[in-house]
Design a binder for this molecule. Structure first.
Ligand code: HEM
Length: 502
């Protein structure tokens, strides 16, 4: 047989196998009765392509609009929109094993210097429970209260440095300034030392740049691993992405230096950083390996900074786009405090309308808009939102899609903070607010929720009290043009700000 015949036979065989595989998925697979676009149900490839383009969350919303509250988004994967699905998929229930994360959807650690098994995100259930208990000490309500001085320090520094920068150029990229603030704060909290982006007058740090670029590129190339292409192509990657890999290594080394320096200082009664809590405990079961300390410090900074900065950027954008809402929230904040020192992590909890504005921002622009899949692990499957789902099915709720789905909210595409008030207008009475879980639920939900609330409330209140702001390019869409991966790929948010004269 000649070379052409051999190639033709091989190609025909591959096509036949692919066709058979697609037909099996469509007509014989246990998920065949779930609705969804045929191509997505037959093959994983459309999901992978949409994901690599940063379009998956938007496409899933379109699918829900067309097919209903449950859609098949890949041969073995379903997306839900009903509030009860949160607990069924992600919660821990008596008599049922925890549904593990589907690692195929998660970016591997930005720096792999310490081994992914050491980190809270990728740890096994048993390892995770141990890490969660140990790190949990630094996230109790009392511990978060203890961070008040740290929160005030960085929010005041933001105001101070932004005022100086505005003196030179009233148009600033607020998305970058929020990164500086949340990375400095979380760095101080996780490493015991900040990146000094704010006190250097608003300068980025290679660590931030590496994280922000690394997570998006990581999400994209990680998709190749679904076909084992990453493993096959890894020798080529070091040729093409050598610089990026070097930066990730540098970030690993930098983390190591900061953690080592903090450990050398030892336990200090007046410090409130995470490592201080760990150093305080003498219990044998609380002692962590140094690789675990490095990996989790890095995880905390990555998970805690980017998300909060996204939310703050989003809230400024939506307020600028809705001048009446901006005026109302400015009135509330400016009418509540006569002097800056009255704005504290405690006093901001009384700002009911501002809190509603933040809730509405998390609905229309959830900082992690993606679906974080869990694998149904009960041997005989389980019920999710009243439907039977077979074992090994990947199940999600895509935040972005569920929060903008018409069956969950009235006027879902509109930014209306009033829907979150106790006396919400009657048209929002049937809103399913409980579907909005931007921090997720269950044992692997966000550990930093309390800190995130404290940060976003204080920083937004300070910004609203000190500055008037408007979009520098009002005709340009910002949020509408962003790509959504596990996180959003943020572009500069150019805002013209003026300090308020009093
Ligand atoms: C608006 C801000 C935030 C949002 C929307 C957010 C959202 C989330 C979400 C959705 C998850 C779960 C992902 C999954 O299931 O795989 C998560 C996990 C996590 N978050 Fe946050 N987060 C925020 C702020 C923070 C902060 C401030 C910290 C800490 C400084 C933090 C630390 C973590 C950690 C360590 C995990 C992994 C928890 C575990 O696996 O047990 N997050 N976050």
């Amino acid at each position: 047989m000649g070379i052409f015949e051999t190639v033709a036979i091989l190609t025909a065989t591959c096509l036949a196998v692919a066709l058979f595989y697609g037909l099996y998925n469509l007509y014989l697979h246990p998920l065949r009765r779930y609705p969804g676009p045929s191509l997505y149900a037959a093959y994983r490839l459309p999901y992978v392509i949409a994901n690599m383009r940063g379009r998956l969350a938007f496409e899933v919303l379109d699918m829900h609009r067309k097919y209903g509250p449950v859609v098949r988004i890949a041969p073995n994967e379903l997306a839900f929109t009903e509030p009860e699905a949160w607990n069924d998929i992600y919660g821990l229930q008596g008599g049922r094993v925890q549904n593990p994360r589907d690692k195929a959807a998660y970016t591997p650690p930005v720096s792999d210097s310490f081994g992914e098994a050491k980190g809270i995100i990728h740890a096994s259930d048993a390892g995770h429970a141990r890490l969660r208990r140990i790190y949990g000490q630094a996230f109790t309500p009392k511990a978060i209260e203890g961070l008040n001085d740290m929160l005030l320090k960085y929010s005041n520094l933001l105001v101070e440095q932004l005022k100086i920068a505005i003196g030179t150029d009233p148009v600033q990229d607020l998305s970058a300034w929020f990164n500086y603030t949340t990375f400095d704060l979380t760095g101080d909290f996780a490493f015991g030392d900040a990146f000094h982006c704010l006190d250097s007058g608003g300068k980025s740090h290679f660590f931030l740049d590496t994280v922000l670029a690394g997570v998006v590129v990581g999400c994209q190339i990680w998709q190749l691993e679904r076909y084992k292409l990453l493993t096959i192509l890894s020798p080529l990657l070091s040729l093409f992405a050598g610089d990026e890999m070097k930066k990730a290594e540098m970030m690993g080394r930098y983390t190591q230096e900061l953690v080592d320096a903090r450990l050398k200082e030892g336990y200090q009664p007046d410090r409130k950083d995470v490592l201080n809590y760990l150093l305080q405990s003498k219990k044998k079961e609380d002692q962590l390996e140094t690789a675990e300390l490095y990996e989790n410090a890095l995880t905390l900074v990555v998970a805690g900074s980017e998300t909060t900065a996204t939310l703050l950027s989003g809230v400024v954008y939506f307020l600028c786009r809705h001048p009446a809402v901006l005026e109302k929230v400015q009135d509330e904040v400016r009418g509540s405090f006569k002097r800056d020192v009255e704005i504290t992590p405690i006093s901001v909890n009384g700002l009911k309308f501002m809190i509603a504005v933040l809730s509405e921002t998390m609905r229309v622009f959830p900082p992690a808009g993606f679906g974080f899949p869990r694998i149904i692990s009960s041997e005989h499957g389980q019920s999710v939102a009243g439907r039977w789902v077979p074992s090994q099915t990947r199940c999600n709720i895509f935040h972005y899609a569920a929060y903008r789905y018409e069956a969950n909210f009235a006027r879902p595409e509109e930014f209306i903070p009033e829907r979150w008030l106790v006396n919400a207008p009657a048209e929002f009475k049937n809103d399913k607010r409980e579907v909005v879980q931007p921090f997720m639920v269950g044992p692997r939900g966000c550990i930093g929720k309390g800190l995130a609330y404290a940060e976003m409330r204080l920083i937004l209140a300070k910004m609203l009290w000190h500055f008037d702001f408007e979009l520098a390019d009002p005709t340009k869409q910002w949020h509408e043009r962003l790509r959504s991966f596990l996180i959003w790929e943020r572009t500069p948010l150019r805002v013209r700000s003026r300090p308020v004269r009093r």
